[in-house]
Design a protein around this ligand. Structure first.
Ligand code: S5P
Length: 474
């Protein structure tokens, strides 16, 4: 089996299903490793070997099951090969079933109570496996075992174990590295580089790591501590809807924004807009977006980043082309002009029940918003508890100055992997943002709206953000 697995690793490298270098992932993050197993369908010898190694791993580990179901799409041909070679019935999960559709989510012949094996090509956090396990369980099937070809060793096994699932992997990523290094395909420096990347991108706390005592108050408890109407509504909404995900839908047109709002509405607590991006902005935009927000129960945050003197921002907030105060529950401001900017915005927004976020820190490399500047923002927020609802921040847990627990922290620069883009944006994971850095809301842009399936990506971020909140709650 060992020689067979080594040979498979070499073939995967040859056909570039596993590549090393500097890869810009679709999400914008730079990664030293790229695994794309979709290509194996074009190499029948590889597909056969993958299916055989997965089957042998299952049998060696004593897994038993009545039927199997692949996670769409890459694992479908793998499951089909195993099914045919070993005469084991297969089921299929439909990926595109709408909540209101009449089509079945699980296709095939089965009986409730049977045990179904879940087949996946690659596991990172375990979130996409859960998207197949949940519908299988909802039709009465039992899922005990999950088999994958490659485990990226980023926390997927622990996450699946927390749902009572046993992960069988043919190739933990460290095994891939070991084989390729021994064959002279990777330098020891490159191996270390990949190991560092994996260590920095854990999606679950690493076993054996020191477990920090939870310190967080629940969102519900904090809704009692704020004077601001928007903050109260948002804290309660997050708890009841079970989401702390804000999507930054930086799409090109108002039309696309409204479409995204409809699609992502069920997953989010807030939608962040940049209305000056839309060439097709019209007077009716606000009313249309408000109707969608009401329907799906989320709040609107126009990320205007006001930065002028009080007198000027009054007009910028209330009138002009965009009339932001009429439709956006929340907006934000830099404190660079001094607290007069808050007075100006408050004179427009307070009577409308709006909330203001101060930019206390920023996610971009080289930001000047740190140290004394951040402390000044905390001080200004304390002067306006009725209107200032919280901060844009990146590491509120490390702040020296005290801030009221009624103030809410929202963090941009979030993706499922640590990294950055070519223009200074820096990304952190939902777990780090919420648990390690003490923020409340994850703001995710390209990680969701650039994904091939934004709704599925939003589900994944929502689950990661909520899981992080729950692990940190007192
Ligand atoms: O410090 C900040 C503050 C904000 S509001 N850094 C940010 O990136 N943002 C916004 O968050 C930014 O304008 C964009 O809309 C979003 C991040 O998008 P992403 O595509 O990088 O996730």
């Amino acid at each position: 089996m060992d020689a067979k697995i080594d040979a498979l690793v070499m073939r995967l490298h040859e056909i570039e299903a596993v590549k090393f270098g500097e890869f810009k992932l679709k999400s914008g993050i730079m990664s030293p490793i790229y695994v794309d197993l979709r290509v194996i369908v074009s190499y029948p010898d590889v597909l056969t070997a993958v299916a055989e190694c997965m089957w042998e791993t299952l049998k060696a580990n004593g897994a038993t099951f009545d039927n199997m179901c692949g996670v769409p799409y890459t694992a479908l041909p793998i499951a089909t090969c195993m099914s045919l070679a070993h005469d084991c019935p297969m089921l299929m999960r439909r990926k595109e079933v709408k909540a209101y559709g009449t089509k079945k989510q699980i296709e095939g012949a089965f009986e409730a109570g049977q045990t179904c094996l879940c087949v996946e090509d690659l596991v990172t956090s375990g979130a996409s496996v859960m998207e197949t396990v949940e519908p299988l369980e909802s039709v009465g099937l039992k899922v005990k075992d999950v088999v994958v070809l490659i485990d990226r060793e980023q926390g997927g096994e622990a996450r699946l174990a927390s749902h009572g699932l046993r992960l069988h992997s043919v190739l933990p990523l460290s095994r891939v590295l070991k084989t390729l290094e021994a064959a002279g395909k990777m330098s020891s420096e490159l191996v270390q580089n990949v190991k560092d990347f994996i260590a920095a991108n854990q999606t679950m706390p690493v076993a054996g790591a020191e477990v920090k005592k939870p310190t967080r108050m629940s969102y519900t408890a904090r809704s009692e501590l704020t004077d601001n109407a928007c903050a109260k509504q948002l804290f309660k909404l997050m708890e009841t809807k079970k989401t702390n995900l804000c999507v930054a839908a930086d799409v090109d047109t108002a039309k696309e924004l409204l479409e995204m709002a409809e699609i992502l509405g069920p997953e989010i607590c807030m939608l962040k807009t940049h209305c000056d991006l839309y060439p097709d902005f019209t007077e009716s935009f606000g009313a249309q977006l408000m109707a969608i927000a009401e329907k799906h129960n989320f709040m609107i945050f126009e990320d205007r980043k006001f930065a002028d003197i009080g007198n000027t921002v009054v007009g910028q907030y209330s009138s002009g082309v965009h009339k932001i105060a009429d439709w956006s529950h929340i907006t934000n401001a830099h404190i660079v002009p001094g607290s007069g900017i808050i007075d100006g915005l408050k004179s427009v927004g307070l009577s409308k029940g709006r909330g203001l976020l101060l930019l206390a820190e920023m996610s971009s490399k080289g930001t000047m918003a740190k140290g004394e500047y951040t402390e000044a923002a905390i001080g200004m927020a304390a002067q306006h508890p009725d209107f200032v609802m919280g901060f844009i921040s990146t590491n509120p847990k490390a702040w020296k100055a005290e801030w009221s627990k009624g103030l809410i922290n929202m963090t941009p620069g979030v993706q499922l992997q640590v990294g950055g883009d070519a223009m200074g944006q820096q990304y952190n994971t939902p777990h780090n943002v919420i648990v390690e850095n003490g923020s409340d809301v994850i703001i995710v842009g390209r990680g969701i709206y650039k994904a091939s399936d934004p709704a599925a990506a939003a589900k994944e971020y929502r689950a990661a953000g909520w899981e992080a909140y729950q692990t940190s709650i007192a």
